[in-house]
Write a protein that binds this ligand. Structure first.
Ligand SMILES: Nc1ncnc2c1ncn2[C@@H]1O[C@H](COP(=O)(O)OP(=O)(O)OP(=O)(O)O)[C@@H](O)[C@H]1O
Ligand SMILES: [Mg+2]
Length: 402
């Protein structure tokens, strides 16, 4: 028995719902490739909304071959060049044209993967076939060169009605008993991810061939998003590591934010100096790990970080505090964090200049950028020319004139 996501995978453009504009753009890009200004399309959007599926459907409809490379399979420049490079330069045996799909390039955004991204950028330049890149987040500064060389095409999260339509069809095909309202409820809860919704439907009906209100409620209960305040409450008020460890599993705040929330509220909760010292010790270790992740992409550290900031913090106290604390969002820390975001902008601009001038990013930040910034503020013509030359975004221009 095939899983629903495979059995009902889309094949034709008409099977894909709710992405009409994006698909039209993408199809036009491929069909009319000769007349495109850019040699690649950069398809982006969250998981399970039809990015990969659309590329396949379009290829199908236009009768094109697809050369698909999942980016997580390539680790170095040679691999990129041998996988794609050869395909690019040796035309198809029967002169059938093709699409080159580099799927999920977020997988190669690490610092050590720079070479790969550069190799891709180079391939894009002289290339007789349309190249399609996909990623969840195209805005990473590592992708700036690729973004500039590509036509950006957004796949938005799906509205619940298109998802409902997909689920309805499956129900009818499988003879799954259901009420439309409950099915709509199911369609709503995955936040626009069709694949997740299809999987949920399968899980809930696999034994009974029926979608009941009760099973849907249980599912919602299991995956309910938890507020960060609740998560803090769990960690701070228990001394049981097992209770604490899952605290952040269902919060929407990311790791950086979790760290800030704990940091901000810890001293209001833990009053004994010894407890506080222990807890901050755990937190600082988590912070070190988190930096290592950012620097070296050591994602396996995530698991330690989570243990440290949940169970670790929970068992840092001898006994629980019974006082009432109103946990607050991060004020001062949030500002620090924003400052860091700004310095990221600086780095992104410096990167663009470094690329054009073949110099080091560090050197640019120190020696060139301050002068450019002054000139940028004072001289309108210079401002316009530089903005165009570096293709500065609105935020980057704002940073330059601040
Ligand atoms: N817009 C859609 N219309 C119909 N079915 C869809 C749609 N989006 C996703 N699906 C279903 O979900 C499956 C997965 O979609 P797809 O592989 O295109 O996701 P994706 O956007 O590439 O996600 P990821 O970023 O996780 O790779 C499809 O095979 C199809 O069954
Ligand atoms: Mg995909």
């Amino acid at each position: 028995m095939l899983p629903f996501t495979i059995k009902y995978r889309t094949r034709k453009i008409n099977d894909i719902v709710g992405q009409d504009i994006a698909i039209k753009k993408l199809k036009n890009f491929v069909a009319d490739f000769k007349r495109q200004r850019k040699n690649a399309a950069f398809v982006y959007g969250p998981s399970g909304v039809g990015k990969t599926a659309s590329v396949h459907a379009i290829a199908n409809e236009l009768n094109l071959e697809i050369l698909e490379v999942n980016a997580s399979d390539v680790r170095n420049t040679e691999q990129i060049n041998s996988l794609i490079g050869s395909a690019v330069f040796q035309r198809s045996l029967f002169f059938r044209s093709k699409i080159i799909l580099l799927d999920e390039i977020d997988g190669i955004s690490g610092a050590e993967d720079r070479g790969c991204l550069q190799a891709i950028a180079k391939l894009i330049e002289k290339n007789p076939f349309p190249i399609i890149l996909t990623a969840a987040n195209p805005w990473s500064h590592n992708f700036s060169a690729l973004r500039r060389k590509s036509e950006l095409i957004e796949f938005a999260p799906l509205d619940y009605l298109p998802i409902f339509k997909i689920l309805k069809k499956i129900c009818e095909n499988e003879g799954i008993k259901h009420e439309d309202d409950i099915l709509k409820g199911l369609a709503r809860r995955t936040g626009g991810d069709a694949r997740a919704a299809i999987n949920d439907l399968e899980t809930l009906t696999i034994d009974t061939k029926e979608l009941t209100k009760k099973s849907l409620e249980e599912l919602s209960e299991r995956n309910k998003e938890e507020s960060i305040i609740n998560a803090l409450f769990k960690i701070f008020k228990t001394t049981d590591a097992n209770v604490a460890i899952t605290a952040f599993d269902n919060v929407k705040e990311n790791l950086d934010e979790q760290l800030l929330w704990i940091d901000e509220n810890l001293p209001y909760e833990y009053k004994k100096p010894e407890d506080l010292a222990n807890a901050y010790d755990k937190l600082s270790k988590a912070d070190i790990f988190s930096r290592r992740i950012k620097r070296w992409q050591h994602y396996r550290f995530l698991i330690y970080i989570n243990a440290l900031i949940t169970a670790g913090i929970a068992v840092s106290k001898k006994e629980r505090y019974y006082h009432h604390v109103q946990y607050k969002p991060t004020g001062k820390l949030l500002k620090l964090w924003w400052a860091k975001q700004k310095s990221m902008k600086k780095k992104a601009i410096a990167e663009k200049i470094a690329e054009k001038t073949h110099s080091s990013i560090k050197g640019i930040i120190k020696d060139t950028l301050p002068y450019l910034q002054e000139a940028f503020k004072r001289n309108k013509k210079f401002r316009e020319e530089l903005t165009e030359e570096l293709e500065l975004s609105r935020e980057e221009v704002e940073w330059m004139v601040k």
